[in-house]
Design a protein around this ligand. Structure first.
Ligand code: GUN
Length: 300
C-alpha cells in the first residue's frame, strides 16, 4: 500500500485565495482591511523569521498588520501594555502573542489580557476551557490544530468514533488538538514523554497526530495499516547533501510510514503552511464579527 500524501501547500493556497477574496470584499464594504496585531517578546532566533512570515502572509491576502517587538529584557508591564495597545486599536481585529514568551514573563497573565473577540490564536484560558467543554464553543480555536482538522477533513477522514492518538501534550498543539478531536466525537488517547508504551497506543489508532518534536519518532511498523497520519513536527537535522547543511523533517519516519498509512501529511508542506493560513482565516472571521457589531455612526 502507498499512502495518499496530504498536500498542505495546495490546501493552504486554496484557503488563502478564499481569504484574500473575502478580505477584498470586506475592505470594499467597510473602508478598512482586516487587521492582525502580533506581540513578539524575546530574542528567540525563530521570532524574527516569524515576524517576517506573518507580515508577508498578511500583505499577500490584503490585511493590515502591526507588530509589537520587544527584547528579552522586556518587563511584564511592557508586554501587557503591548497587548492593551492592540486591544484598544479599532483597526486590529485579531491578536497573536508569539509563544514562548521569555521565562520571566507570566504567560497566563498576558494571554488572559487578550480581548476574547480578538483572540484569534484561541489561547485565552476561557477559550481553551470552552474548547474542552461539551456543548460550548470558543470564539476561536488554535491555528495549528485547526489546520490539522482541515487536513483530516481534506483526507476524507470520518472522526466519529475513530481511535485518535495525539503524541505530545503541549499547550499550543497537543492539548487543543486532543480537545478538538474529542469535540469531533473521536476516542482520544494522548501520549507524551512519560507514556509507557507509545507503540501499543499507536498500533490501535485510526488517526495519528504526531506533535512531540522528535525527528522520525514514529516508525511505519508502529502504524495500523490504513491509518491517517498528520505530522506536526518540524525538526531541523544536519544534512551535508543539502546546500544549507540542514533540512527539516517531521516526527514521523515518512519513508517507512508511506507504505503502511492510508494517508499522510508531508514535512515540509503539510501542517506548516496551514498554521498561518488558519490564523488569517480566524482574523478575517474576527474582522467580520467586529464589522457586524459596529454600530452605525448616527449623529445628532
Ligand atoms: N509558537 C509556536 N506556534 C505558535 C502558534 O501557533 N501561536 C503562537 N502564538 N505562538 C506559537
Amino acid at each position: 500500500m502507498t499512502a495518499i500524501v496530504i498536500d498542505g501547500n495546495l490546501i493552504a493556497e486554496q484557503i488563502r485565495a478564499e481569504v484574500k477574496a473575502k478580505a477584498a470584499a470586506f475592505t470594499k464594504k467597510t473602508g478598512y482591511p482586516p487587521g492582525l496585531g502580533a506581540v513578539f517578546a524575546g530574542d528567540n532566533p525563530a521570532s524574527a523569521q516569524y515576524v517576517r512570515m506573518k507580515r508577508r502572509a498578511c500583505e499577500q491576502v490584503g490585511f493590515h498588520s502591526a507588530a509589537q517587538i520587544m527584547p528579552d529584557t522586556c518587563t511584564q508591564g511592557e508586554v501587557e501594555a503591548a497587548v492593551k495597545l492592540l486591544n484598544d486599536d479599532p483597526y486590529i481585529h485579531g491578536i497573536l502573542v508569539q509563544l514562548p514568551l521569555p521565562a520571566h514573563i507570566d504567560e497566563e497573565a498576558v494571554l488572559r489580557m487578550v480581548n476574547l473577540d480578538k483572540d484569534v490564536d484561541g489561547f485565552h484560558p476561557i477559550n481553551i476551557g470552552l474548547l474542552g467543554m461539551k456543548g460550548r464553543e470558543p470564539s476561536f480555536t488554535p491555528a495549528t490544530p485547526t489546520g490539522c482538522m482541515v487536513l483530516l477533513e481534506a483526507a476524507g477522514v470520518n472522526l466519529e468514533g475513530a481511535n485518535a492518538v495525539v503524541i505530545g501534550r503541549s499547550n499550543i498543539v497537543g492539548l487543543p488538538m486532543a480537545l478538538m478531536l474529542m469535540k469531533a466525537n473521536a476516542t482520544v488517547t494522548v501520549c507524551h514523554s512519560r507514556t509507557r508504551d507509545i507503540q501499543r497506543h499507536v498500533r490501535e489508532a485510526d488517526v495519528v497526530i504526531a506533535a512531540i518534536g522528535k525527528p522520525h519518532f514514529v516508525q511505519g511498523n508502529w502504524l495500523k495499516p490504513g491509518a491517517v497520519v498528520i505530522d506536526v513536527g518540524t525538526n531541523r537535522i544536519d544534512d551535508s547533501n543539502d546546500p544549507r547543511g540542514y533540512r527539516f523533517v517531521g516526527d514521523v519516519d515518512f519513508d517507512s510510514a508511506l507504505h503502511v498509512a492510508g494517508a499522510i501529511s508531508k514535512v515540509p508542506g503539510g501542517v506548516g503552511p496551514m498554521t498561518i493560513t488558519m490564523l488569517l482565516a480566524n482574523t478575517l472571521k474576527a474582522a467580520a464579527r467586529f464589522a457586524d457589531n459596529a454600530r452605525p455612526n448616527v449623529e445628532g
